[in-house]
Ligand binder design. Structure first.
Ligand code: SF4
Length: 319
């Protein structure tokens, strides 16, 4: 499969205000030298606990923040794009946010919400605008009648459909979906997941799907990257990640996914809280919670090990 997005040596530091202008500046290291390829036509899941850097990575990929490193999209480093090229990239890549309640302007009808990105990108022909809006509204499971209504008249699931329609109106190639179902009821989550899967096939999309819930990504994603405290600790095809998770953190996350066959004693309980990215542990960042940690783990950062062409893990347990 061809690579659509190639992320190289990505680091993101957020400055922290310590309360005194004269004090030494402190930084929160949110992304630690990330290298990752997103293949054309795939849904890549990005999972981990909240605060591990998933959303920072998603925003970086769309140049909504400014990390250091490289993000190559169609052969160009997105982080260096300016004016016209950046506008072109914005058309080809879109984001779906977690909260459909706050991401839609309550003063605009659905028609205006969908028309706005088209006008911003220079599409002024009335007929073309109308055709595109009607096409996308039907693809996302809403009706032409809904275009006259306002966001507050819809349920949470319907609002997320509108947000998806707005993200797709410019016919992008690439979507970043940041926890798009976590604010919805479980029954509605399944409908939105099915819709995204369906749209990916119909529109030949590539999707980076961010979630803290492995149960959600299991059925949707082709491959899954597991993040812990700014590091990618494991990357594998979805099926092999669930059948044979290698990293102790992935094993703990998968053991916590609810299942009727799983017994309480099968769950791997992690000790302690996620350490602060302001002061991450030295060596393997997971060593303070890892049940298999050895002395070397607190001293040396493990390399990424290639287990097979599609399975990578960052842990000294694998030679
Ligand atoms: Fe655990 Fe050591 Fe592997 Fe880190 S490198 S996951 S601490 S065994």
């Amino acid at each position: 499969m061809q690579t659509l997005v190639d992320i190289k040596n990505l680091n993101m530091y957020y400055p922290i205000f310590t309360g005194s202008w004269s004090a030494k500046k402190e930084y929160l290291h949110a992304l630690n030298n990330i290298n990752l390829e997103i293949k054309k036509g795939e849904i890549l899941g990005l999972v981990g606990e909240s605060g591990c850097g998933k959303s920072t990575l998603g925003k970086s990929v769309l140049k909504l923040i400014n990390p250091s490193g490289e993000i190559n999209f169609e052969g160009k480093n997105v982080l260096e794009l300016k004016s016209r090229e950046l506008k072109d990239f914005r058309k080809k890549s879109q984001m779906i946010f977690q909260n459909p309640y706050s991401s839609l302007d309550p003063r605009m009808t659905i028609y205006k919400i969908l028309r706005e990105p088209l006008v911003v990108h220079g599409i002024r022909d009335k007929k073309e605008i109308e055709t595109r809006i009607h096409e996308i509204i039907e693809l996302t499971g809403l009706s032409v009648e809904d275009l006259k209504r306002y966001p507050h008249e819809f349920s949470g699931g319907q609002r997320q459909r509108i947000a998806i329609a707005r993200a797709l109106i410019l016919k992008p190639d690439f979507l970043v979906a940041d926890e798009p179902v976590s604010a919805l009821d479980v029954s509605i989550q399944a409908q939105i997941i099915t819709l995204l899967k369906d749209l990916k096939e119909k529109l030949n999309l590539t999707i980076l799907f961010i979630s803290h819930d492995l149960g959600v990504v299991k059925y949707l994603c082709d491959r899954i990257a597991v993040m812990y405290l700014g590091d990618i600790v494991e990357l594998a095809e979805s099926q092999s990640l669930f059948e044979k998770p290698l990293h102790p953190y992935t094993q703990a996350l998968i053991s916590a996914v609810p299942s009727i066959r799983k017994k309480e004693q099968d769950k791997i309980k992690l000790e302690g809280e996620l350490p602060s990215p302001k002061n991450p542990p030295k060596g393997c960042r997971f060593h303070t919670r890892c049940p298999f940690a050895k002395e070397v783990c607190s001293q040396k950062e493990p390399e990424i090990i290639k287990i097979s062409d599609s399975h990578y893990v960052r842990c000294i347990l694998y030679p």
